[in-house]
Ligand binder design. Structure first.
Ligand code: IPD
Length: 298
């Protein structure tokens, strides 16, 4: 008789990464240990979904949530709360906890699964994205791409890393770039501008990719897999950690109008310096009407 056994593979942090985190920053190290629990939980559910359907709820148009998003957020928020009871927590699924008001003071911001649509369909690109924000800007960042077991992290002023090794953005002539983006998923009122921007880019370079997880896209830009990335309609938890990863890897990150208000406006363009310049210039041309209105909302 042939015995068929299945093994559940779960993402784990390597010893090298653990040792590096311990040296880099104690808060980040603790956050990574907490996230590790959630990563294990998500990977197990990802394996199980191959034989058992996931319970998916719909929050809004193309805005999905699963029990796994909620479970991941609970694990991480409870872990952080125990160690850092005074640091408020903002999560995608449950928002801030009762009694907590978010101020200029530092706060944690979490996307428990960035790429929920991918996760729900078994498309293997999704991440946990956690950042600590101070004075409106991320200062600690962790993005874990679960299926590839890749731990991207950064501390302000100390560089960006992937599994214990420093990473840098890759600046190449625009004709040699690969650019990441996200398709509009709910607000289609700027579809024409998006299509024109994308159309102009892909006629001049190696092309564009839509991976389905903005946190992963930003981590890929920080590590040079993408040379740049742009998207509008993002939520702050999709991008807070990735913004710091790109900056600490030597990249430039702004909103579509050159400002530093990505977390409020939801639009972002980033990349190696010359790539950021080129993509921003294309965006500015196609979004000129919004610039003229002097509104940062698009
Ligand atoms: C989504 C992903 C996706 C982006 C969407 C986001 P979620 O986040 O980052 O790439 O295009 O705008 O909402 O909902 O999977 O956490």
């Amino acid at each position: 008789m042939i015995m068929i056994t299945t093994t559940i593979t779960t993402a784990t942090m390597t010893i090298e990464t653990e040792q590096h985190l311990a040296k880099l920053d104690s808060k980040l190290q603790f956050a990574a240990d907490t996230v590790k629990e959630a990563v294990k939980f998500i990977s197990e559910r990802h394996e199980q979904r191959k034989v058992r359907p996931l319970g998916i709820q719909v929050k809004g148009r193309n805005d999905l949530v699963t029990e796994v998003d909620k479970g991941s957020e609970n694990i991480i928020s409870e872990g952080l709360k125990k160690k850092y009871p005074d640091i408020p927590f903002l999560g995608e699924e449950f928002g801030s906890r009762p009694g907590e008001t978010l101020t200029e003071k530092p706060y944690w911001i979490l996307d428990p699964i960035d790429g929920t649509t991918n996760f729900s369909h078994g498309f293997p690109v999704f991440s946990v994205s956690l950042a600590l924000v101070e004075n409106g800007q991320p200062v600690l960042a962790l993005v874990v791409e679960i299926v590839r077991d890749e731990w991207f992290y950064a501390v302000k002023g100390k560089g960006s890393f992937l599994n214990g090794k420093p990473i840098k953005v890759e600046d190449v002539p625009f004709s040699q770039t690969l650019i990441g983006t996200g398709f509009p998923i709910a607000d289609f009122s700027h579809l024409t501008q998006f299509q024109q921007t994308l159309g102009e880019i892909i006629q001049q370079n190696h092309g564009a990719r839509r991976a389905g997880s903005a946190a992963t896209d930003l981590a890929y830009t920080a590590s040079g897999r993408f040379n740049g990335f742009f998207e509008y309609g993002l939520k702050p938890w999709d991008m807070a950690a990735g913004i710091l990863l790109v900056r600490e890897a030597g990249g430039i990150v702004t909103d579509y109008f050159g400002g530093n208000n990505m977390l409020e406006t939801g639009h972002l363009v980033c990349g190696a310096p010359s790539v950021h310049r080129k993509v921003s210039e294309i965006i500015t041309r196609h979004y000129a009407a919004f610039l003229a209105e002097k509104t940062h909302r698009i």
